[in-house]
Design a binder for this molecule. Structure first.
Ligand code: SF4
Length: 254
């Protein structure tokens, strides 16, 4: 039976979501985290977005096919809709396109299912905080779930390594939440040797930020991100980039 999925939208063409690839971006609705800095907060409720069939995705791919290298599944959290995601991923493969899954890592069993079926080429995995109960629970806005979610993210990273897929680990750097050098140092120690690249993303206060009080805060500066990026390099992470609104993606050098 054809699966239905709830989508928040489809963006026909992006060159910045998967650098080096012209990508169609599919926003899956619903998320199980409550990160205070979330910029896609309208997509958090499970009943957000609209319900569509995979034919909607096929139409959009066909319309843009000549321009596309890849498709990116993002959200929200795509893995909360396992059947829809799998069917959508098969559709992407039918057109010979590459697929990147952008995930918060909370559903390792679904990630494994997609990897086992060889449907995903690259996983963009959020490691939002050191992989321990307190910081994880605080950063995802779910203090009670910190321990279990940190474990699940660790498991997701392990599976990605096991299946040999490209891994882009991401941390959003937000003022007072995730901008301390020791915070980044601890993440770096957990991911070194286990990811293709590490991105430090600048918190952006211009979108639909979940915790509105954060909108009044200045995003961390490019210099601050560079400094944190160097901490990650010093800890042995091989390739580190920062991503800012003004300058886009820049590689960090010691
Ligand atoms: S930033 Fe957090 S709450 Fe927002 S979509 Fe990503 S994981 Fe979900």
């Amino acid at each position: 039976m054809a699966e239905r999925m709830r989508l928040g939208g489809i963006l026909d063409l992006s060159t910045v979501d998967w650098y080096g690839n012209a990508s169609l971006i599919v926003f899956f609705a619903g998320c199980n985290f409550r990160c205070p800095y979330c910029q896609n907060s309208p997509l958090i409720p499970p009943d957000s977005g609209v319900e569509v069939g995979v034919e909607v995705l096929r139409e959009r791919i066909e319309k843009n096919l000549i321009l596309l290298d890849a498709v990116v599944f993002t959200g929200g959290e795509p893995t909360l809709q396992p059947e829809g995601v799998e069917e959508a991923a098969r559709a992407v493969r039918d057109y010979g396109l590459k697929l990147m899954l952008d995930t918060n890592g909370s559903m390792p069993n679904i990630i494994e299912r997609l990897l086992k079926e060889e449907l995903v080429d690259r996983v963009a995995l959020d490691v939002k905080a050191p992989l321990r109960a307190e910081p994880y629970g605080r950063v995802i806005g779910l203090p009670e779930a910190g321990a279990s979610m940190a474990r699940r993210v660790e498991e997701s990273l392990k599976l990605c390594n096991q299946y040999g897929v490209e891994i882009e680990v991401r941390t959003t750097v937000a003022p007072g939440i995730s901008d301390d050098p020791d915070f980044i140092r601890e993440i770096a120690r957990s991911i070194r040797g286990r990811c293709t690249v590490y991105y430090l993303q600048q918190f952006d206060n211009t979108g639909n930020v979940l915790d509105e009080s954060l909108k009044a805060l200045e995003p961390p500066t490019r210099e601050r991100l560079m400094e944190l990026g160097r901490v990650a390099l010093e800890e042995g992470v091989g390739e580190v980039y920062i991503k800012t609104r003004r300058h886009g993606l820049e590689r960090v050098q010691i």
